[in-house]
Design a protein around this ligand. Sequence first.
Ligand code: AGP
Length: 613
Amino acid sequence: MIILYWSDVMCGIIGYIGKEDAVPIIVEGLKKLEYRGYDSSGLAVCGADGFSVVKQKGRLDALIARLTDCPVSANAGIGHTRWATHGEPSDANSHPHVGGQNRIAVVHNGIIENYKQIKERLARKGVVFHSQTDSEAIAQLAEYYYDGDLVRTVIKLLHRLEGSYALGILCADNPDILVAVKKDNPLIIGVSGHGHFIASDVPAVLKYTDRVYYMEDDEIAVLSSGGVQFFNTERERLHKTLETVSWSAASAEKDGYPHFMLKEIMEQPKVLKDTVSGTLGTGRNEQHGLDDIDIRGYHKIVIAACGSAYNAGLVAKYVFERLTRLSVETEIASEFRYKDAVIDDKTLVLLVSQSGETADTIAAMREAKRKGAYTLSVVNVVGSTLAKESDAGVFTAAGPEIAVATTKAFSAQLAVLYLLAIRFGVQIGRVAKDEEQMYLAAVRSLPDKIREVLKETDAIQKYASVCVGYKSVFFIGRNIDCAIAAEGSLKLKEISYIHSEAYAGGELKHGTISLIEEDTLVVTIATCERLYAKIVSNAEQVLSRGAKVLLIGNAPAGDYDGRLVRIRLPEICELFSPSLSVVVLQLFAYYIAANKGLDIDKPRNLAKSVTVE
Ligand code: AGP
């Protein structure tokens, strides 16, 4: 069965009800959510005279301009920023969607899989659809069911919808309530003295409150200026715990930097300090179930993740294998979930994710649990699905990461994975007490060493400024440097749109070297002293064919008439050197994209949290 529909699966939703004008609050929230999708945006407010809806294709700035031309205001409203997966961004496909009788307005993040059946049935009853989205079916169906009681209407709706959703629902007959529900997509409820919020994630409300409820699947939140109530789909009252978020509002601002990505690169020394001290128990990092893990009970470690988180797994494989002598497999989560993996209750499966909401990684976790494996998640977002559902979890302390291209969260993931490897190495008796202290001291030295690397920013910026013209770039390394080369290549691709590939240095001569010609750029990572000679000879192989080399590390090498440029790194145990080389790789990619004048924080075709398959 082929279902062709336009769906909105990686969007940001926000809502407010209270004493203040909802419009500026919603616009502010959409600004914080735009990294989730930026193909179109819109809002609807509900006053005594019904809905005012302003929505359109394009970036949020376009919506803000339109709101300046035709201002609307009310004390209750919902907003949406869209990432179109199927079908083109357009005004009609933008959210909010309103029912044909202007009674119910909806913003939706997710997929409605039985949308077609709903649409056909309603169309037979004379309902006219204005968009190609699955989300409009929700608004039209809700209006069809509406009997004056919005909560009862929503409960009826939930029994009919199939798929995933985070919804914000307003009703013109009752402008004093805002209803929100979720299933398989993130949704939080924010509480403040002047009003209450719904949002896809915490940074969208941080300016107004740090007190939030994390919604579970199939829970219904009913917000009014008087307060927030929760119900299940039997309309029984639910009691939920109000939590205080440790992130500050400032952490979701740019602090004067031109881009969130540069700010987040520069935050890495503090992020590493917080993450390391947190994970070692001297800080505030929340953990659960870690003490229950005795690695001696496991024969294999599997690391499953996507994108950069997968690359963190590639690095961690070297560290875990070196310190535990257990075999470690790294798995791309979207493959792992369908490959019938050879795992069992003697397998420890690590799930690594910044957002904790990546659909493929969540599915990999559920598949691992189905096969009896013990699941341990390394996640940055408290309250996320991965964090809640995994058997054990450790949080990175990167704070909100706004730029689509991950940097500080990636570095924090590496630090947590190093500390887990050391912990398991001691547990399994492969790491002696003095070695443990040596490794821990090296990990604790990372914040200062990263500060050292950041002093190379100007040199990296200068080098990057002459690299904007490259159509293709190669990244090479050996062993753990080969793993971090993959992250360097991904960073460059996702924000500069320059094609690049990462290779094991020794693999070049088996084919790829045929692509090396005059002026090809080969970024060479060389931090493993025992392999200096090997990787330098690989660099010489490409230099001899006219390539240019950016050498990251301290391997002794000439400058080949200026065709080899080097960025030195502070000395550190090779197992932790990716935390230093990656900072150079992040800045290199950043400054190339900046020189190209690209939208670095919101690269084309990408979204921060990939909540679909
Ligand atoms: C990395 O810069 C990208 N944003 C992307 O590859 C990301 O790492 C991937 O989508 C996984 O996201 P997660 O860490 O939130 O699971």
